[in-house]
Design a protein. Structure first.
Lengths: 371, 102
């Protein structure tokens, strides 16, 4: 029988939530690395027992962890993230030049085919790769060095590379996103990169249509259509049908188009999910109602999903890496909140229930579907 | 023999309990003590000082004999009481740190 394993990174440790395919009863293990911030943990598609975790603290910096047994035991691996060459400068919040400084790993993306290869998106924004299961890390410096780097600037949460999408149909193609620089694509396995922000409009930068400077919060893809991407930008929900060559807005009837997460249904590539957040200054749901919005038309037309979610006095946030979707039929949708709840829907969003209610603030949620 | 007290999070990471005792070759300094700690507990590499610059991490402090040694030269001799094992070398997480994410 199928199983699912939900990997939750929180402000004070990691948790592993496991259930059978019914997704009714859950075993909760953790906290792993108690007291540490776990920005992200994710399993290898090629070996589900191989997990990678980013562990950090403001005192002790970055630590990397690897498990070979589905999170039962962990071992530290390499944490030496050194920018290639002279790091140079990017824009600081006040517009002045600021040296590139490594702070932490925001996102880990294991290879689709090799358990020992994993990508790391870091703050200050750069992309690193390990091909020896996390022992050593090498920057793919063609991204940071492609030319626009000195114009990148931090978003409110820092200048982080938070999204890495590997094209399942083309091992040389990869998409990444940076706050607040925008989206970028490589077609040669990371050697060279170019911005793919045509069509984005951001009123908080001097040129709203600039090549870079957009605060992209999250991008999602359905594996069957790797040229179609969906984006939750700082404001605006966007889509592209040509691998980022051009974007168009699909916010439609959302109550607000600010938010962090976006994801795609496992079996319906035109069905997408977002969690609207009031605004950039009010990081909680509109009207105190926690609502997931689902579009079955690839955007523009959205329906509120509320059954089982708090519809009064709810003022949590859902951060950019904190939504995931399993591949069972019907697919399960999961998201975590800064209030420590992890909500699950086992029917593609129609009904929701909390798996856990009182974890530390949730930073990331991933799910593994196991046969 | 030099006694070192690590903060709780790093004791967990290094899988040790209580004080750590080290033998340091040559003059005992912050640098030689940290070298010895990292050699025995490689999982602590990068958590006390930067991998490349070897500078103390901003929110890590070094205390001994009721003195803050954090701003001393890493090559300055440690107090006799530390080198003789009468007093521990304390690695302390400062009363600050941490940062949010969005």
């Amino acid at each position: 029988m199928s199983k699912v394993r939900v990997l939750v990174g929180t402000r004070k440790g990691a948790f592993v939530l496991a259930s059978d395919g019914k997704r009714e009863k859950w075993d909760v293990s953790g906290p792993h690395f108690g007291g540490w911030e776990i920005y992200h943990l994710k399993g290898s598609p090629a070996d589900p027992n191989r997990l990678y975790a980013s562990q950090s603290s403001g005192w002790s910096g970055q630590v990397m962890q690897r498990s070979n047994d589905a999170g039962n035991t962990w071992e530290t691996v390499g944490n030496k993230f050194v920018y290639d060459g002279i790091p140079g400068t990017h824009q600081w919040y006040d517009g002045t030049a600021h040296p590139w400084e490594f702070k932490r790993v925001w996102h880990l993306e294991p290879s689709l085919t090799d358990p020992d290869t994993v990508y790391a998106g870091v703050e200050d924004a750069a992309l690193f790769r390990s091909t020896d299961a996390g022992q050593n890390w090498e920057e793919l410096s063609g991204l940071r060095g492609h030319g626009s780097g000195p114009r990148w600037q931090p978003g409110a949460g820092g200048m982080c590379l938070h999204t890495i999408i590997l094209d399942p149909s083309d091992p040389n193609r990869m998409f990444i996103a940076i706050s607040a620089a925008g989206a970028f694509r490589t077609d040669d396995a990371g050697k060279t990169w170019r911005p793919i922000n045509q069509g984005l409009h951001s009123q908080y930068i001097p040129d709203p249509h600039a090549e870079v400077g957009h605060c992209v919060h999250r991008i999602a893809m359905h594996k069957s259509r790797p040229k179609v991407l969906f984006m939750q930008k700082h404001w605006d929900v966007m889509r592209t049908d040509d691998a980022g060559e051009s974007w168009k807005e699909v916010s439609g009837n959302l109550p607000t188009d600010f938010g962090f997460v976006i994801d795609v249904h496992a079996h319906e590539p035109e069905t997408i999910y977002v969690v609207p957040i009031t605004s950039d200054s009010l990081h909680f749901p509109p009207d105190g109602k926690l609502r997931v919005y689902r579009s079955r038309s690839g955007g523009n037309e959205w329906e509120a999903l509320t059954k089982g979610l708090p519809q009064s006095d709810c003022y949590v946030n859902v951060l950019r890496d904190a939504m995931a979707i399993d591949s069972l039929d019907k697919c399960g949708v999961y998201f975590g909140t800064t209030g420590g709840q992890v909500y699950a829907s086992k029917d593609a969003g129609d009904n929701w229930a909390p798996i856990v209610r009182d974890l530390p603030a949730v930073l990331s949620v991933e799910v593994q579907t196991l046969s | 023999m030099i006694r070192v007290v690590l903060p709780a999070h790093l004791r967990t990471l290094a899988k040790v309990e209580g004080e750590v005792t080290l033998d340091v070759e040559g003059p005992a300094t912050q640098r030689s003590v940290l070298d010895a700690i990292e050699a025995r507990y490689p999982m602590l590499l990068g958590t006390l000082r930067d991998h490349v610059t070897q500078k103390r991490r901003p929110f890590v402090r070094f205390f001994a004999c009721e003195e803050d040694l954090s701003h001393e030269s890493p090559d300055a001799p440690l107090p006799d009481a530390v080198t003789k094992g009468k007093e521990p070398f304390l690695v302390v997480g400062a009363n600050a740190g941490g940062k949010g994410r969005g």
